[in-house]
Design a protein around this ligand. Structure first.
Ligand code: ATP
Length: 813
């Protein structure tokens, strides 16, 4: 298969990761790989004749190919693909930019493995994007088809928004007619017409707006959310200092996802999103009342977020400037407007915008390889952490229906067409931001809720606590912080939390409550006595494996201690992500982002020295999640995990791989390479030993250094994804506690017996959030190694190796 990839529509972070993954996967699968510059416009412009043949022949002119290193000729085709370009071809500039001379007049360019080297950390799209009016016309698409056929390309990967994907579908549907017309005009031969009877096409959604239906996340949306939250976090301090109000306008056109998630993650006071507009006649009063209430309890700062496509229930646009005037005039607040504009698009892709586009790019190539004339064009999407394929036009149609529903003022329909997470997040926003005048629940249903952090700190713990506290206050419950874990409980380090007291906790890393690794069996009887003393009706523990173990002990303790006959939950929060069954713990995204940032800097240093291998040690206990996903997010070439361990054969192959890989690098173009090693992957082959071994074996080819990321992986400010997930899961925990508390109220006060289901862990499994009772989790736990028996990410190790061509490089020895 000859496959081309293009990026189209507005740029977004992660598009480069798509191109990298598509090119690499396609080469591995034996395809010839091409990129199209400037989106569909490049397809229409094609290659000027003089350039075409020189670069389309497999072994033809090597104007852009650097000579092979001596002694590597026997590696054959793979090396040819490895070095098809010179690795700098596109990075130095495309088209008319200085340094882009090699690409002038060429829009459809054959690329090799090394052309996409290091593309991970670059924002935007290196192959260019454009909006093409020509491609919207039949004539334009006819020329585009001709250009593809001239180069022999029969498969296309398109990464863009709904417009681009519609264009892709139109192109594929028309393809047979386009081919027929080209044949009729004698522009192609009969053989070409037969060979190109069908076009294979697959779409990936590159859009910062997260506006596509049937996928949880579009490529670039998480990074845009990072940029927005960074800005709001910065604004927070000045707003607080001057007691100001800020009205922020964020991007998102018809989709309020960015505004909503920013509102949730940054603890905004009010948001305006198109899917759920405020009442046209009353919103000014409602907003002012709400903000005044916040000010009355002592809030010094006010943050209002306005989506650029926001409007009221009569579809009259709501502009940031107008909101500012309302706040200034009615409440007398010193109010400023900040329009974030294009800063939201830019910058380095966050970890999620490296991992997901990589997985989606791999899936895109597989979908193309499996495609037949009868299969629909697929859009590659994601649900929770599962990569999905859905018929492209179904997704586009559903997306268009949202805009349609909004234009018809059918807002409930618009909300229902968004993913369930969207409405949950909106509910989460109200629950955590609105200060009600009256509690929602009657007295007899109100609880005294204990909240504790257990184990090591992890990003999102404080956000989860804030959400629980705010929810409690809204309902009429009393939230109690137990500081310093079970030790703190025994020391009576217990305090009631207030609505305002947790206001700034969304952005705080570490643990505001203080954590402790001690389990309740330090003195179970005394712990029970404290539960009784404080008359807790419900208990939420936020933490890692220790929290899970603690819950297990408390549940078992119910037999002897009636005080534990209350609903109890564990919300997993640990950077190690080692709680059994759940695929994500709070803090793991923050940690991956900290790792990506550190590794980008390390790689830059390693690349500056050209031929340096950095062995980077990661935390994670006996769980290889961070190391494996970190390797996928940074393009590391080797990963060592505790699940797999390290042995001599492995190390011998690793050295062999590195030697061959460095030998294959074009002269003067060696790059720094990363090796990630989990801190306890082996007791013998330590980071130091491996570093020295690589240094010794590398000889003239490469040098080696080590770096330990240590506690930096706990991250500073929690990532927006961890914060948003914390709110969502925490509120589910609270609803769970309420439900089971109400069940217990039906029993007689003297002989209350909590059901086993009422001691449970909230887990993310595939596409859903599931409650699993703690005793059921035990059978999935490897208690000795403190991790789950099954590690879903373990398969990604193979992908890490595939994406550095390890099997090919080792096999051809
Ligand atoms: P973004 O979400 O960033 O706006 P988009 O992909 O929706 O991205 P559009 O400008 O709508 O951006 O589309 C990008 C390009 O896709 C257009 O310039 C055009 O070349 C092509 N395209 C869009 N719709 C069609 C269509 N119906 N038929 C053919 N081509 C189309």
């Amino acid at each position: 298969m000859k496959l081309a990839v293009l990026t189209s529509g507005g740029d977004s972070a992660g598009m480069n990761a798509v191109v990298r993954a598509v090119v690499k996967t396609a080469i591995i699968k034996g395809c010839e790989t091409w990129i199209v510059r400037e989106g569909y416009e490049g397809l229409v412009r094609g290659n000027s004749e003089g350039h075409r043949h020189a670069h389309s022949t497999h072994n033809g002119d090597k104007g852009t190919v650097t000579p092979r290193a001596k002694g590597t000729e026997h590696l054959g085709d793979f090396v040819h693909n490895l070095r098809y370009g010179d690795g700098e071809l596109l990075k130095d500039g495309t088209g008319d930019h200085p340094g882009g001379r090699t690409l002038k007049g060429r829009y459809i360019v054959r690329v090799g493995w090394d052309d996409v080297r290091g593309w991970f950390s670059e924002g935007g799209t290196l192959i260019g994007t454009a909006r093409s009016t020509a491609f919207r016309t039949w004539e334009g698409r006819l020329t585009a088809a001709h250009n593809m056929i001239k180069e022999g390309i029969d498969a296309l990967v398109v990464c863009g928004g709904d417009g681009s994907l519609t264009g892709a579908d139109v192109f594929r549907a028309e393809w047979p007619k386009l081919v027929a017309e080209l044949r009729q005009q004698n522009k192609i031969t009969e053989e070409q017409a037969t060979n190109h009877a069908h076009l294979k096409i697959v779409g990936l959604v590159g859009s910062i707006d997260n506006d596509m239906s049937m996928t949880d996340l579009t490529i670039g949306a998480p990074t845009a959310l990072h940029r927005i939250c960074e800005s709001i976090d910065n604004i927070n301090s000045t707003a607080f200092s001057h007691s100001r109000a800020f009205v922020l306008e964020v991007m998102g056109r018809h989709c309020g996802w960015l505004a909503l998630m920013a509102g949730v993650s940054c603890g905004a006071d009010f948001i305006f999103i198109p899917e759920s507009p405020p009442n046209a006649d009353t919103w000014e009063d409602e907003m002012c009342q709400m903000i005044q209430r916040h000010r009355d309890v002592g809030k010094r700062k006010t943050i209002v977020i306005v989506a650029e496509g926001a409007h009221d229930s009569k579809l009259q646009p709501i502009r940031a400037e107008f909101v500012k005037d309302v706040l200034s005039d009615r409440l007398g607040l010193d109010t400023r407007v900040t329009t974030l504009g294009h800063t939201q698009r830019g910058g380095k892709p966050c970890a999620m915008d490296r991992i997901l586009p990589t997985l989606q790019g791999v899936e895109a190539v597989e979908a193309l390889l499996e495609s037949t004339p009868d299969t629909p064009s697929y859009m590659i999407g994601v649900r929770e952490n599962k990569i999905t394929r859905v018929p492209l036009m179904d997704a586009v149609k559903m997306t268009r229906e949202v805009a349609q529903a909004i234009s018809e003022k059918n807002f409930p329909k618009a909300m229902s067409l968004r993913d369930p997470e969207f409405s949950e997040s909106l509910e989460g926003f109200y629950a955590t931001s609105v200060l009600e005048t009256e509690p929602k629940l009657p007295h007899h249903l109100r609880m005294r809720v204990a909240i504790m952090h257990v184990g090591a700190p992890a990003g999102g713990m404080n956000a989860a606590t804030r959400a629980a506290v705010r929810y409690c206050i809204r309902q009429g419950h009393k939230p109690f912080a137990i500081h310093n874990g079970f030790v703190g409980l025994l020391d009576d380090n217990v305090h009631q939390l207030s609505w305002l007291g947790v206001d700034n906790w969304m952005t705080r890393g570490g643990s505001e409550l203080g954590t402790n690794r001690k389990l309740p069996d330090i003195d179970l009887g005394a712990v029970a006595a404290k539960f009784q003393h404080y008359n807790f009706h419900a208990f939420i523990m936020i933490g890692g494996f220790e929290a899970f173990s603690s819950l297990q002990i408390l549940e078992q303790g119910r037999k002897h201690y009636p005080a534990f006959n209350i609903p109890m939950v564990h919300l997993p929060a640990t950077i190690s992500n080692n709680v059994p069954l759940t695929e994500f713990s709070l803090g793991s995204d923050t940690s991956l982002n900290a790792l990506v940032d550190a590794c980008d800097a390390i790689k830059q240093s390693a690349s500056a020295s050209r031929n340096r291998v950095f062995v980077v040690e990661t935390q994670g206990g006996k769980c290889g999640y961070i190391a494996t996903m970190g390797a996928l997010a940074t393009g590391a070439c080797i990963v060592y995990t505790p699940e797999r361990g390290i042995d001599l054969d492995m190390l011998r192959n690793d050295v062999k791989y590195l030697k061959r890989r460095y030998a294959l690098d074009a002269k003067g173009k060696s790059e720094g390479r990363l090796v990630l090693r989990n801190e306890v992957a082996s007791q013998v082959y330590t980071t130091e030993v491996i570093t020295k071994m690589f240094k010794e074996e590398g000889g003239e080819l490469f040098d080696s250094r080590s770096a330990s990321l240590g506690h930096t992986l706990q991250g500073g400010i929690p990532s927006p994804m961890d914060r948003a997930r914390a709110v969502r899961l925490s509120l589910k925990c609270m609803a769970f506690l309420e439900r089971h508390h109400q069940e217990l109220l039906k029993q007689s006060a003297k002989s209350k017996q909590a059901s086993p289901e009422s001691a449970a862990v909230i887990t993310i499994q595939g596409t859903s959030v599931k409650w699993v009772q703690v005793q059921d989790i035990v059978e999935h736990a490897d208690m000795k190694n403190r991790r789950g028996k099954h590690s879903w990410w373990d398969n990604y190790r193979e992908l890490v190796e595939a994406l550095v061509a390890r099997p090919q490089i080792l096999a051809k020895g």
